[in-house]
Write a protein that binds this ligand. Sequence first.
Ligand code: DMJ
Length: 656
Amino acid sequence: MYPPAPPAPHRDFISVTLSLGQSDDGSKTQRRRSCWRKWKQLSRLQRNVILFILAFLMLCGLLSYISVADQSKAPSGRSAGEQRARPANLPILPAPQKADADPGDGPVRPPQKPQRHARRGPPNLQIRAPDKDSQGRRQDGSRRREAAADEAHQQQNPPRTVVSWRGSVIEPEQGTELPSRRAEAPSRPSSWGPRILKHMASPNERQKAVIDAFRHAWAGYRKFAWGHDELKPVSRSFSEWFGLGLTLIDSLDTLWILGLKKEFGEARRWVSRKLQFQKDVDVNLFESTIRILGGLLSAYHLSGDPLFLQRAEDFGNRLMPAFQTPSKIPYSDVNIGTGVAHPPWWTSDSTVAEVTSIQLEFRELSRLTGVRKFQEAAEEVTRRVHSLSGKKDGLVPMFINTHSGLFTHMGVFTLGARADSYYEYLLKQWIQGGKQDARLLEDYLEAVEGIKRHLLRRSEPSKLAFVGELAHGRFSAKMDHLVCFLPGTLALGAHHGLPADHMALARELMDTCYQMNRQMETGLSPEIAHFNLHAQEGQKDVQVKPADRHNLLRPETVESLFYLHRLTGERKYQDWGWEILQSFNTYTRVASGGYSSISNVQDPRNPQPRDKMESFFLGETLKYLYLLFSDDPDLLSLDAYVFNTEAHPLPIWAPV
Ligand code: DMJ
């Protein structure tokens, strides 16, 4: 039994009505009394239900008020605190879309469904280009208007330097720093002289063929993917990775070097007017550093246009949260809009090559801006990795933990994916900094000895030297095409005074990388090759597994050919590169514009286009081919420049 209900708190009721601020006339008093009587007649249960509903309605009202107030307080962005509290990985990029973009102007188109494409034989025989004329006519008017506006802008804000095309008359110093900040800049790299493309001969026949290939790739990107990350040449659409115009930025310095002035101007306009970093998007720290930061810095060095440095600094700032980890080893991903950094969802590890291959760019950004934090954060990683245990004669594991700062997945060693550019950046940082930092050199030299001792073998029947992998003491005769950066790096080290046997090894590995292309029916290397270790009748040196026979238009072979030719002067390296360019043209060129990765380098009748043109095809592959075919050692001299791992040239701080 419940005890009898206490008398109703009459005063409470009156206090509520008074709070409405109404005058207390007789009729209202009557109504109140009758309401009160009705209330008293209700059962306890009925009263409780009504009270509960009222409380619920009040709560809902309060919540919706708060949410409306919040939205109206944040018209375009969130406070830094709110932004940081937001979870990362928000799905904001549009799905791949078909594009028929209007380069240079026009609003961003709403997302559309990607078109499926039918695969019909070699890509260069596929799909006709759309009606260029009518499209071109439509675009011409607006492009002319934009060009005029841009010219007016250039006249009002003339560049600080007198720069003739391809940098042939760039004044020293002026194009490489922000004068207003010079006093704050780190003192060390204060001088570097006039060494940009001093005299530039007209392109020879092979270089013209590269220009033609580049124009074709660019035409496809411009028509179908303008301002997006990557061209899908077969379906004539695009794909997004970061949503930052990756191909366009990766291509800026190649456009400049190849002398494509009009195209460079158009791309520059896009950077000036459309490139937007305030975006709620996760980017991979390494990939965006080498392609976007590196691309902008090189564009700045070559053109002297401060726009590129401003963009580089903005972007660098947005990457900095990645370094805020317990160990100072950066996370793999960072949201450039919210500033939230994080590892991949499945691990708290980062990839060793990724965290150790961002230093050239961050150091250069500090040198140019005078803002030290970029260099300090990146160099802290180098210092920590230098003193870590778990290496095997200078060889590093593939993963490192962002909490403990220690290597993980110990005992697996490769020069391929996840470790490759660690070795490259040891040498290149040493060169960039004027060969001062003994720890970098020591780590590099030790690693080359480790490669020779543990990973270097010779194949049968041709005794090709190759670099395999080691997993817990077991050798695997597997070599990624990515490893073909190594001959070039070894040759570069030898050029900068390292032991002559590095050059000998570079030559041998260069032959092998060439054979990885040459022994395929298309003349293009597979992504991964396996080398034959046992002499057997009818067996080739290079073997390919079905899952590994794709080619992504990667640069590493032609990158090394460039170094080997530049540093030995031997014509055969140019000839090998020429063969590879022919193969790209035969098997990967798409008639309507662009080049496509292929799935099968062993089937020349049906190489199976994968419908993707990676940004590094323009940023690296075609740039290195163009430089390979030049006989001018002063064209981006290796005594004045160091190329980042995405082929973006950065100045050596103290020229040699
Ligand atoms: C590029 O992004 C860089 O060269 C990187 O170091 C490795 N992968 C691609 C090219 O293959």
